[in-house]
Design a protein around this ligand. Structure first.
Ligand SMILES: [Zn+2]
Ligand SMILES: [Zn+2]
Length: 154
């Protein structure tokens, strides 16, 4: 079993995941740009049952999303770095902020979404699928990843 570790910038929060991620995607929407104060965010999906907090304390803050439904963003209580989000009020799926993983290079985006608001100096590789807004998951995710989503009702 592969275990991947991650944490915040101050070192208080440490976590690990106990399975390969389901999917990793980059979002270039304006809200993600603002919330990261950067060009885009990268999120890695994992069943919440495979996410384990090892140390530190998390605080939960509500964040806006394009859908209007919002997200619950969990941050280190000390340094406030975003660790993960929960969407649609459903805590079965954890959306880890990929850059908080210790080896983020292992998890490149498998799709770029909301590229209609991508900053014009961001040059994508021309290989990874890009979407003006969102994708149809049946066309993009592997059969295994789709089955894992279905298994938890996501
Ligand atoms: Zn911290
Ligand atoms: Zn976004």
């Amino acid at each position: 079993m592969n275990i991947y570790h991650g944490g915040c910038s101050c070192g208080d929060v440490r976590y690990h995941i106990t399975k390969e991620p389901i999917f990793t995607q980059a979002c270039h929407c304006r809200l993600c740009q603002k919330q990261t104060a950067s060009a885009f965010i990268v999120r890695t999906m994992i069943e919440s049952s495979n996410f384990h907090l090892d140390s530190g304390e998390l605080i939960r803050l509500h964040g806006a999303t394009g859908s209007g439904r919002g997200q619950e963003v969990y941050r280190c209580k000390n340094c406030k770095v975003q660790i993960y989000s929960i969407f649609n009020n459903s805590d079965v799926m954890t959306f880890i902020k990929t850059a908080t993983l210790d080896e983020p290079d292992r998890f490149p985006p498998q799709a770029h979404i909301f590229t209609k608001s991508k900053l014009n100096w961001v040059n994508l590789d021309g290989i990874t699928p890009c979407f003006d807004e969102f994708y149809n998951k049946e066309n993009i995710l592997s059969a295994e990843s789709l089955a894992r989503r279905q298994a938890i009702g996501w």
